[in-house]
Write a protein that binds this ligand. Structure first.
Ligand code: ZN
Length: 172
């Protein structure tokens, strides 16, 4: 049985293909939780945070228990930046939600996703793909462009039909 927390988490973890953080000013404190701290997204955010003299903590991914405690200790006004693989992000967001954080109080950069679901705009077939920008629909054969539009209904990204391009050159 899925808990409500899990439902909330599943709803918003995958809705973004964010590659970078956008610093949110005027928060009491920023917590940057990163599975690897040498990520470009984390570096950039750190520079921004330091430039502005904002209060922050940079946390390496540690024990689940420690992170749950950390979340639980936070006062209202703390903002979370989470960077990790899908598995970690799921764990962390579940803990954050449990500790009372909302979707508006966190940003997620998810990396290393091995696969994602793609919804064919032509025939509505859903297939699993890797990191390709364009693929052929396994069902109708249409050439699809992988968009960043995520459908909660289908739990998949939309694949938009690409206009045929005979010579493989620029189509735009
Ligand atoms: Zn199709």
């Amino acid at each position: 049985m899925k808990s409500d927390n899990e439902k909330i988490v599943n709803k918003f973890v995958i809705q973004t293909k964010r590659r970078k953080f956008t610093f949110v000013p005027n928060r009491r404190k920023s917590i940057i939780l990163a599975e690897e701290t040498n990520l470009e997204a984390v570096d950039e955010l750190l520079r921004e945070v330091k430039n502005r003299g904002a209060a922050y903590s940079l946390i390496d991914a540690g024990e689940k228990k420690e992170i749950a405690d950390l979340f639980a200790r936070q006062k209202i006004g703390t903002y979370l930046y989470l960077a990790g693989t899908p598995q970690r992000i799921k764990e962390w967001t579940a803990m954050a939600v449990k500790a009372g954080f909302t979707e508006e109080e966190m940003q997620i950069v998810c990396y290393g996703a091995e696969e994602q679901r793609l919804f064919c705009a032509h025939c509505h077939h859903i297939q699993t793909i890797g990191k390709e920008d364009a693929v052929q629909c396994a069902h109708c054969g249409m050439q699809l462009e992988v968009s960043s539009h995520y459908s909660r209904l289908h739990d998949a990204y939309y694949g938009y039909i690409q206009l045929p391009c005979s010579d493989g050159g620029e189509s735009r």
